[in-house]
Design a protein around this ligand. Structure first.
Ligand SMILES: Cc1ncc(COP(=O)(O)O)c(C=O)c1O
Length: 422
């Protein structure tokens, strides 16, 4: 399958009914606009989890046929996650785990055991706490934190800001591909190049990016990249990509007798959710469905399919994001916390504050309408502090994904018209 520029979907030709038919939850009364917190799953993903649990729920690594089948599912899920991120199996691995937060904690612990004291870690202040706290905690082991400060104009951390804090002593640069509050896509290859020139590795939080665009670790040349599968139409799991080079020499948290080169297992103490792996694999079928295949078609999902599927998603999102952004910008009682446009350098995760109505109050006023949004600091606690946003109240965040329709956005706009009256 391949989409060229003539066949790429335009708003008028997007078949949202077909897309939404894959998600049973979307037939209910709730309008899901808190997707940055977690997305819905296609039936095919839930079915795969169920089928696995009822049909091959046995331990891995034994010789009998069912155990071999289970082992194969888990191995294929790791390989699929590598393809999903455009890793190269001969050069990289993906560690799976319960969440991104746990995976970054594990990674930071490993660095804490190997980095020499005095090593510097550059941390983007606009990140989610999961890619901040574990690195800050290394100060107790003699590392030095250098803050890559947030931009007071509600933009992503700037390249100039990075240049001010990075040096030959920097070992790690930890930053988000997209802030889960601001929604702006940063220039990962440019940042990575600067980090590499300084001799540092990058740890990129792709959680807020991954539901919207195809991850491409090869093009960006990153060392570490992670995302949360449960925000990308999959089961509650996290995935951490690392190059073989980055993994080399890092001690994993698994038992002492697990070989040092047993990657990813060295980094997966207690193993992974086997049924989650089955669900993750089934996502490939949904991505092919987005490219036009039938949901029953079990042809393996290729990298080309993945890229096409995300192009379809981007087209859907753009069609829904544009009218919403236009509406929000048209109100003079709102401040958008993030870039004020809907172009591709932004994902449809849109935060704002009202001039007089508290963010928590805005969200509560929407609750009875069945439109699910959220207010708070979204664990971008330090960013809120840096921007002088009261952390308890935080921002109102509306986060769309490809299954949100312009009709749902129109419903949201009507609800906001009523709710935003002080
Ligand atoms: C940008 C970002 N990074 C990291 C995380 C943490 O992900 P997890 O819940 O998988 O630990 C989140 C969760 O909301 C997030 O939005």
């Amino acid at each position: 399958m391949s989409l060229n520029s003539d066949t790429k979907p335009h708003a008028a030709s997007i078949d949202w009914e077909r897309i939404r038919s894959a998600f049973p939850a979307l037939t209910g009364d709730t309008v899901f606009m808190e997707n940055a917190g977690g997305s819905q799953v296609p039936a095919i993903v839930a079915d795969a989890i169920r089928d696995y649990m009822l049909g091959s729920y046995v331990q891995l690594g034994a010789g009998y046929a069912l155990s071999q089948k289970a082992t194969d599912v888990v191995a294929r899920a790791h390989a699929f996650a590598n393809v999903l991120m455009n890793g190269d199996a001969s050069k990289s691995e993906v560690v799976l785990g319960p969440s991104s937060t746990v995976l970054v904690r594990t990674l930071a612990e490993a660095y804490g055991r190997t980095l020499p004291p005095g090593s510097e870690i550059v941390i983007a202040e606009n990140g989610h706490e999961s890619n901040i706290g574990p690195w800050v905690d290394l100060e107790a082991r003699g590392m030095q934190v250098r803050w890559w400060r947030a931009d007071p104009e509600y933009k992503a951390c700037t390249i100039e800001g990075l240049r001010q804090v990075i040096s030959g002593k920097t070992s790690i640069v930890a930053f988000p591909h997209v802030s889960n509050l601001l929604g702006e896509v940063v220039d990962v290859p440019a940042i990575t190049q600067i980090a590499h020139e300084a001799g540092a590795r990058v740890v990129v939080d792709g959680v807020a990016f991954a539901p919207h665009r195809a991850i491409d670790v090869a093009a960006w040349n990153v060392d570490w990249y992670f995302y949360s599968a449960y925000k990308v139409y999959g089961p509650h799991m996290g995935a951490l990509y690392g190059t073989h080079d980055a993994f080399a020499g890092l001690p994993g948290p698994n038992h002492f007798f697990i070989e040092n080169d047993d990657i990813p297992y060295k980094f997966e103490p207690g193993g992974v959710s086997h049924e989650g792996c089955a669900g993750l694999l089934a996502l490939g079928q949904y991505l092919r469905f987005l490219c036009g295949a039938s949901l029953e078609d079990e042809t393996p999902c290729t990298r080309g399919d993945i890229e096409e599927a995300f192009e379809v998603m981007t087209a859907c999102e753009t069609a829904a994001q544009e009218p919403l952004m236009e509406y929000l910008l048209g109100r003079d009682d709102l401040t958008i916390i993030g870039p004020e446009h809907a172009n591709p350098s932004r994902v449809p995760t849109i935060s704002f504050r009202h001039r007089t109505i508290a963010s928590q109050e805005v969200a509560s006023r929407l609750d009875p309408t069945g439109i699910a949004i959220r207010a708070g600091h979204m664990y971008a606690y330090r960013l809120c502090k840096a921007l002088s946003i009261p952390v308890k109240d935080g921002v109102v965040r509306i986060s769309l994904v490809h299954y949100n329709t312009p009709a749902e956005v129109a419903r949201l706009i009507a609800a906001l018209d009523k709710a935003l009256v002080d």
